[in-house]
Design a protein around this ligand. Structure first.
Ligand SMILES: Nc1ncnc2c1ncn2[C@@H]1O[C@H](COP(=O)(O)OP(=O)(O)OP(=O)(O)O)[C@@H](O)[C@H]1O
Length: 344
């Protein structure tokens, strides 16, 4: 490969031109009887070299967003810029070559069963008209890069799910894309293989400086490799930001899902209060002292303290008599501790 190896590229500082930029992106599907608004004014910037996660429930618009990013879907309005090219303005004839700058990895890797894995990885290079000798060199590099250098002559049927995904990633990188779009890349894999594939994606970003957009419904994936995250709902961005900021934001839904505490059974006349804090703002022992000060009727029923994206954050569920909630909230707030009645 022509790219330098080993050096970890810096994510571009904020303010530099983003590698991916969506502006007021809107996609409406006309269907009989009504229009379906799949994307409703999305603004999103991803700096070069970042791994950005997009999460949201089924139907939130994630696949539509990724199809707009690949140029497979034309936006109804708004713009999609990838690697300096405004895809949404390009005529079909130029879109095809622009798409070579965008690699795609899917949940299910569609490989040609009758081709060796080397021939599968070579396929996009054949389509791009790369001469045979050059192709062979490049395929060998790509298979090495994904840890399958020894399996070049194997057929897809002889590979595990994780190995097939590695082939899919090598194939996606064949045309040296600037951006790798991953649509649920680990959803079909077990947890150990998921970790290996995520480590590979991070390693590729570190070595190649490639920008990654990753669609997932698994918060574990976001925790493991994303630098920043966007939560979509009904085609809109409802939360977004660097992971460290999101987990430290009180009341953030993403923070709740990234650092979950268990659902608890509640006794009669009892309520749950949730305490969230970041040690940037308040020390754990001060939080615990404020909780202890509430008295013996208040029980810490569940809690977690962990470090995520360089931030130590804690969440506690307090089980207390329902008629003491207002006073307890007042005392916690007075002690500088964020607390609210838990929503269930
Ligand atoms: N070709 C289409 N024609 C009409 N409606 C569509 C089309 N594609 C998607 N939609 C609708 O657009 C909305 C967003 O769908 P999209 O597939 O982008 O969501 P998603 O977040 O990817 O969901 P999932 O996680 O289930 O794949 C949904 O209401 C969906 O029914």
């Amino acid at each position: 490969m022509s790219e330098p190896r080993g050096a970890r590229p810096q994510i571009e500082p904020q303010g530099a031109r983003p590698q991916i930029e969506l502006r007021a992106l809107r996609k409406v599907y006309p269907t009989p009887g009504r229009d379906v608004v799949a994307l409703d004014g999305i603004d999103l910037s991803v700096p070069r070299g970042a791994i950005h996660g997009i999460v949201g429930r089924s139907g939130a618009g994630k696949s539509t967003l990724i199809r707009c990013l690949t140029g497979l879907e034309r936006p109804t309005s708004g713009s999609v810029t990838v690697d300096g090219e405004v895809l949404s303005d390009l005529p079909e004839s130029r879109l095809r070559s622009a798409r070579r700058r965008i690699g795609m990895v899917f949940q299910h890797v569609n490989l040609f069963d009758s081709r060796t894995i080397a021939a599968n990885v070579a396929y996009p290079l054949e389509v791009a008209g790369v001469p045979k000798a050059q192709r062979a060199v490049r395929v060998a590099e790509l298979l090495d890069l994904v840890g399958l250098g020894e399996r070049a002559d194997a057929y897809p049927a002889q590979l595990s799910g994780g190995q097939k995904q590695r082939v899919g990633i090598a194939r996606a990188l064949a045309t040296e894309p600037a951006v790798l779009l991953c649509d649920e890349p680990t959803s079909a894999l077990d947890s150990a293989t998921t970790r290996q594939i995520l480590a590979l994606i991070r390693d590729l970003r570190d070595r190649l400086g490639i920008t990654v957009v990753l669609i997932t419904h698994e918060m574990g994936v976001v925790r493991e490799i994303c630098d920043s995250v966007t939560l979509l709902e009904h085609g809109r961005v409802v939360e977004h930001g660097p992971l460290g900021e999101v987990v430290g934001a009180y009341g953030s839904r993403l923070a709740r899902e990234l650092i979950p505490v268990p659902d608890l059974p509640l006794g009669d006349e009892r309520s749950l209060v949730e305490v969230a804090y970041s040690t940037d703002d308040v020390a754990t022992h001060d939080v615990l002292a404020a909780v202890a000060d509430l008295g013996t009727q208040v029980e810490i029923a569940a809690g977690t303290i962990e470090t995520l994206a360089g931030r130590r954050v804690g969440r506690l569920q307090l089980d207390l008599p329902a008629d003491e909630v207002t006073a307890a909230l007042g005392r916690l707030h007075a002690a500088g501790v964020h607390a609210e009645v838990a929503t269930r």
